[in-house]
Write a protein that binds this ligand. Structure first.
Ligand code: COA
Length: 157
């Protein structure tokens, strides 16, 4: 298995995976994960995805096993308020492993590569959001020494 940056020709495969990822998340918050109908969602996702290969502040990694994309993770360098000691932070999102390949350490490898890329940019703090009910992901992040520092509270209006 290799971990590499996504390229534009990976779009269809990654889109399929991420569509599943979002649908799978509805059990955690059906309002937050409500998707735009078919073509609209795809169009918007494509526009974002096509920027990743050349972006300086974002990267999108894929795990590829025998020509098949089996996992993804996205990283973004975020600027913080200049009053903070560390002005930049690495934001992780869209971590997922194809269902057929779970439990083989793929997410851990994707996370390790994403964190390595942040460290190479001298970033000292990595952050992510996880649904309160997503116990498998929370366990994974704990294993990597992520801990609860702040809580995002949500109210629908
Ligand atoms: C969470 C997810 C990314 C884990 O992917 P994976 O490749 O199967 O994870 P790994 O094999 O690297 O597992 C690493 C560790 O995570 C934890 N873990 C992973 N899956 C778990 C599960 N189903 N139950 C409990 N702990 C789990 C374990 O601590 C595991 O280490 P261990 O096997 O030594 O106990 C995967 O289940 C997934 O894609 N879920 C849907 C998308 C998602 O929720 N992404 C996170 C968004 S915040």
């Amino acid at each position: 298995m290799i971990i590499r940056k996504a390229e534009s020709q990976d779009f269809e495969e990654v889109f399929g995976l991420l569509h599943e990822f979002i649908k799978e998340h509805r059990k955690y918050d059906k309002h937050y994960y409500a998707l735009l109908p078919g073509p609209e969602f795809k169009k918007k996702f494509r526009a974002r995805f096509m920027k990743y290969p050349r972006s300086r502040s974002q990267f999108f990694l894929v795990a590829e096993d025998q020509g098949v994309i089996v996992g993804t993770v996205r990283g973004e360098v975020q600027e913080r308020h200049p009053g903070f000691r560390s002005e930049k932070q690495g934001y992780i999102s869209q971590l997922m492993t194809r269902k057929s390949h779970r439990g083989q350490g793929i997410a851990l490898q994707l996370m390790a590569e994403a964190l390595k890329r942040f460290r190479a940019k001298k970033i000292k703090r990595a952050v992510l959001r996880v649904d309160a009910g997503n116990l498998p992901a929370k366990k994974l992040y704990s294993k990597l020494d992520f801990c609860d520092r702040q809580v995002i509270m949500t109210k629908y209006l």
